[in-house]
Write a new protein. Structure first.
Length: 253
């Protein structure tokens, strides 16, 4: 699996990944946030997905309370009610398919699977998008804190790249897991970013992407460490600081 050219060539500026869209400026994980990130020039988007009522909903939490006008677990409310909620500035909680339609040919999409139940329906949805010629598999990326879930994803559909996620304390375990399952990268928290870890990842052919990176000194530290990608709530800032926005092809059609 390739490491982004920034590290290999020594140009060393990381790719800009819009974390939950342009979530510093707009309601996170909404079409408005993803559209704003694209308008800012980002060519990578990250989102979170849950399965409820057999639909893939783009929302970070398993509950409605923090990001919508509703309360309680997603599963406890009928789909029509969920879709009628305000996710901020009058936005709905999007379906994954709506984000795929918005971003096709304009961005790479990192789908973070928040639960095991979402795996099968997500693979099916992405396979449909590829079959329709809207996306190519290498424009899609599955990530999860549950590495076994990614292992299963690779077994069921090896065409889609994967990246294991880890929070504080990233070490040899995530590198071994990433290598074993054929990941293209490891996604780690900012507090785990250390030069030795980055070097060890690169030695194994794994790119390293870091979340969240919202301040300039954090970004500059990531550049010094040779980080390949930054998840940021402020894509316009990261791009102004030198983060890259690689061109995205028009899909497989
Ligand atoms: O994928 C990077 C980051 O989104 C992981 O953590 O909690 O923001 O989904 P979280
Ligand atoms: Mg996420």
């Amino acid at each position: 699996m390739p490491v982004e050219s920034s590290h290999i060539t020594g140009t060393s500026f990381p790719v800009c990944i819009a974390h939950r869209g342009a979530s510093g400026e707009e309601p996170e994980n909404t079409l408005r946030a993803f559209g704003r990130a694209l308008d800012m020039g980002a060519t990578w988007l990250e989102l979170d997905v849950h399965l409820a009522h057999d639909r893939l909903l783009v929302i970070h939490d398993p509950t409605l309370d923090r990001t919508t006008s509703g309360q309680g677990p997603l599963a406890a409310r009928p789909l029509a009610e969920i879709r009628a909620l305000d996710a901020g500035r009058g936005e709905q909680i999007p379906f994954l398919e709506e984000v795929l339609a918005l971003a096709a040919g304009r961005a790479r999409l990192n789908i973070e699977l928040k639960e095991y139940e979402a795996l099968g329906p997500t693979l099916a949805s992405l396979q449909r998008a590829v079959a329709a010629g809207k996306w190519s598999p290498d424009q899609l990326l599955l990530s999860a804190f549950d590495w076994d879930l990614l292992d299963r994803a690779r077994q069921r559909e090896p065409a889609f790249p994967v990246a294991p996620l880890v929070g504080k304390g990233a070490g040899a375990e995530v590198l071994e897991a990433g290598y074993r399952i054929g990941a293209e990268a490891v996604h780690i928290s900012r507090w785990s970013a250390r030069a030795r870890f980055v070097d060890a990842a690169h030695a194994r052919g794994l790119a390293v992407r870091v979340y969240p990176v919202n301040r300039r000194w954090e970004f500059e530290l990531m550049v010094r460490l040779g980080i390949d990608g930054v998840f940021t709530d402020y894509p316009d800032r990261a791009l102004a600081w030198g983060a890259r926005a690689p061109a995205v092809g028009a899909g497989s059609a």
